[in-house]
Design a protein around this ligand. Structure first.
Ligand SMILES: *Cc1c(COP(=O)(O)O)cnc(C)c1O
Length: 377
């Protein structure tokens, strides 16, 4: 059996989780949360980092921070996880999908401007597979049309675009520490990155149930009151303790994943040269984090046949993202602007291979052999 994913236990995760449990300070904003916040602020170079219960919740916080109102429009790709859209739908927004690029599966930045109307408030680029979207163009469009940019960097920890960490380029950035991502917290977890000073204070309030509790504890206000919209978006400190164990080994985890990615790439290159499959493309200026290794096959039928071969050997290769515009809720809450040239077609060709910290050379070889045998017939 080869699983699709295993959350990393790379160093002191167990020790820190026990330490946190025994500290009797296991709710939000404890010692481990503080360590993680500092690590993100130093390492990513952002104004403020706030751990949350999930990336879904970080995106919801972003929608509240931007004051998204009923009938506002938000532009994003349809090839993404439901939370990218739902966070804004919860505030009454209409989602406007545009097509993706064939090479990176990221939003096609050249299609964004045609989708802008007087109701557009924000653009939400999704850095698919931890490979950066064309952020220079996107930020330029946003500036000229006075729009906000929220980066869905759920998959992008440790990746960069032209030297800037993903998540730190737009006004706000959201990350995930779900067990399927490169770095994990016990349970689930996420992170909101604030790059625009004006959101700093309000972000803390929204995260603390709409109260000024953080300011009160820092002695900056003399009473603790209900001051705004909000919910309970704090990660508990036991989860943060696990995450801290991962972060201490962040470089080691990253290198290990990049090595695995390269081994898959080198082994499958021959099949690409014969025109049988397509391998991922990392544009110049993008440094990736090996969040996933995918290949693209001819079409849906070929993918189903290849997935069957993996299933027979008890290997968990998977596909994902049925485009949101064709989903039942997508039909209700969204529209697709322009033509769907690549979103549906490319999504049906994509297949993800097992990828996790510590996967062995033997396992990588077993996975590649299934593919080689499939195309050798
Ligand atoms: C994983 C993921 C999310 C959701 O993250 P959670 O932490 O599970 O809420 C959102 N967007 C993208 C692109 C993701 O990959």
């Amino acid at each position: 059996m080869i699983p699709f994913n295993k959350p990393p236990l790379a160093g002191n995760e167990e020790k820190y989780v026990l330490e946190s449990m025994r500290s009797a300070k296991i709710s939000g904003d404890g010692e481990f949360t503080k360590r993680c916040h500092k690590w993100f602020e130093d390492r990513l170079g952002c104004k403020k980092a706030l751990l949350t219960t999930s990336c879904t919740h970080a995106l919801e916080m972003a929608a509240i921070l931007l004051d998204i109102q009923k009938d506002d429009e938000v532009i994003m790709p349809s090839y993404t996880f439901v939370s990218t859209a739902n966070a804004f739908v919860l505030r009454g927004a209409k989602i406007v999908f545009v097509d993706i690029r064939k090479d990176t599966m990221n939003i096609d930045e050249t299609k964004i401007e045609a989708a802008i109307t007087s109701k557009t408030r924000a653009i939400v680029p999704v850095h698919y597979a931890g490979v950066g979207c064309e952020m220079d163009t996107i930020m330029d469009i946003a500036k000229r049309h006075n729009l906000f940019v929220v980066e869905d960097a759920a998959q992008g920890m440790m990746s960069s675009y032209k030297g800037k960490a993903l998540g730190t380029i737009g006004h706000l950035g959201a990350f995930s520490f779900h067990e399927t991502k490169n770095y994990t917290s016990a349970g689930e977890g996420g992170l909101l990155i604030i790059n625009d000073e004006k959101f700093k204070e309000r972000a803390e309030i929204i995260r603390e149930k709409g109260t000024n509790r953080s300011l009160f504890f820092r002695g900056m206000v003399d009473k603790y009151s209900w001051v705004d919209l909000g919910s309970s978006y704090l990660m508990n400190d036991v989860s943060a303790a696990y995450l801290w164990g991962n972060l201490e080994c962040a470089d080691e985890i990253n290198e290990n994943r990049l090595n695995t990615w390269q081994k898959y790439y080198d082994t499958l290159k021959a099949l690409e040269e014969k025109g049988l499959v397509e391998l991922p493309i990392i544009p110049d200026g993008c440094i990736q984090n090996a969040h996933m290794f995918y290949l693209k096959v001819k079409d849906l039928d070929e993918r189903t046949a290849l997935l069957d071969e993996f299933k027979k050997e008890n290997i968990w290769a998977v596909f994902h993202y049925v485009p949101l515009h064709s989903a039942p809720a997508g039909l209700k809450f969204a529209r697709f602007e322009g033509e769907d040239v690549y979103t549906t077609k490319e999504s049906e060709r994509l297949l993800r291979l097992p990828m996790y910290y510590g996967i062995s050379d033997g396992e990588i070889e077993t996975v590649c052999n299934i593919i080689k045998t499939f195309y050798g017939r």
